[in-house]
Design a protein. Structure first.
Length: 389
């Protein structure tokens, strides 16, 4: 069931250990489900209870730790030997007297690392304050370091197989986006459009189906397009509505996000004008991208382009993305914004989403792309324009 060759997992572990050594970390506790997947292959909807990989700098394989009923999931989806699949009993789950990180601490002590330097993903979504406190309490002789993005930065340059999966995800989002545009019409309920989007992105193509994306379809309409992260309701679309559609295809947990904006005429002239500016800006930014330039330089090209029309955007215009689980498909590493000096390298992958939101309307038109040897390659083949119905 492994989506990658064993050699690729070994290389990922090797690069992670190199970063551990450079940071002076002996043991890395990995709670981010995307990072767990990246290093071990583990793929299960079990991140609502504490789970992790324990990676020790001088051991070949990480140790998977999770709930007892999820241990067979680890056996089915990882490359780990049986001795490295450790399950805690169910009396650890939602207990007021014990905690799964107690079990993790016991493993670390038993392996002889109780007084070593331990890296923790302190800002990972599913690593709570209590997780950290229990490890500190149970390992009083250890030194703890924040290693939140250590594995994330290993992930930032994709392998050929990862790029292949993201291209398949792009085929899924093309299909789902076309479904959204076809179904959005005056009198149609928002929830019915989203139901069709889900069917399209999950049923996929004749050759492959889709996974659940890390973010649900985002479809604000009317005045709600003045903000980006609203979902849908059971209201019906009306004449004059602007609709933002932000989706992602997902294949083997790899994403290809895409956003487009649609108007049910008549729409305000400023929506048409805003869309033209966004398209001009994204075209200029994509044309500028190549290895060796920084993400800040890419943002500057966008900013100077739209400023000619009197528009400004305070938030970032893109971010590194790929493999992930809810609640986000972003990797939390490089951002396309003025204060980020990340140098672009081949097979880095980004979602460029230079949306602009005004007081009563907004426009999102985005592209996911990979950096190539000479420029960039956009993943989805979908018209980059304002859709009018």
């Amino acid at each position: 069931m492994l989506p990658f060759e064993l050699a690729e997992y070994h290389e990922r572990v090797k690069k992670t250990k190199e970063k551990m050594v450079a940071a002076g970390i002996d043991v890395l506790v990995i709670a981010d489900p995307a990072n767990m997947n990246y290093l071990s292959g583990y793929d299960g909807w079990s991140f609502y209870v504490p789970q992790c990989l324990i990676l020790m700098v001088d051991r070949e394989q990480p140790i998977w730790v999770g709930r007892g009923q999820d241990a067979n999931g680890a056996r089915l989806t990882t490359w780990l030997d049986e001795e490295n699949i450790r399950a805690y009993t169910d009396d650890y789950v939602h207990s007021t007297v014990k905690h799964p990180m107690d079990y993790v601490a016991d493993i670390i002590k038993a392996e002889g690392y109780g007084d070593k330097t331990i890296g923790l993903e302190m800002d990972a979504y599913y690593f709570t304050a209590k997780c950290c406190k229990r490890l500190e309490m149970k390992l009083p002789g250890a030194k703890f370091k924040d290693a939140t993005l250590l594995v994330n930065y290993v992930r930032i340059i994709k392998s050929p197989r990862e790029i292949e999966y993201m291209k398949k995800a792009a085929r899924l989002v093309e299909k789902a986006m076309q479904t959204a545009i076809d179904y959005i019409n005056e009198g149609v309920r928002e929830c019915d459009v989203v139901a069709n989007i889900y069917h399209s992105m999950i049923s996929g193509t004749e050759d492959f189906g889709g996974d659940y994306p890390a973010i649900v379809p985002l479809l604000p309409s009317g005045k709600k397009t003045s903000t980006p992260h609203l979902t849908w309701s059971d209201e019906r679309y009306k004449r004059g509505d602007t609709v933002i559609i932000e989706l992602a295809g997902c294949y083997k947990r790899y994403h290809s996000p895409l956003a487009r904006t649609l108007v049910l005429e008549p729409a305000p002239a400023k929506v048409h004008d805003l869309a033209a500016v966004v398209v001009e800006g994204i075209n200029a930014a994509l044309d500028f991208i190549k290895p060796g330039v920084t993400t800040a330089e890419v943002e500057a090209v966008w900013r100077k382009t739209i400023e000619k029309s009197g528009f400004k955007k305070e938030s970032r215009i893109g971010y590194s993305m790929g493999l992930n689980y809810p609640p986000d498909w972003g990797e939390h590493t490089a951002s396309i914004r003025p204060e980020d000096s990340t140098v672009l390298q081949p097979n880095m992958t980004f979602h460029m989403i230079p949306g602009i939101w005004l007081d009563d309307c907004g426009v999102e038109i985005s592209e996911s792309f990979r950096v190539t040897e000479t420029g960039c390659e956009v993943f989805a083949n979908f018209p980059r324009k304002l859709f009018i119905k």
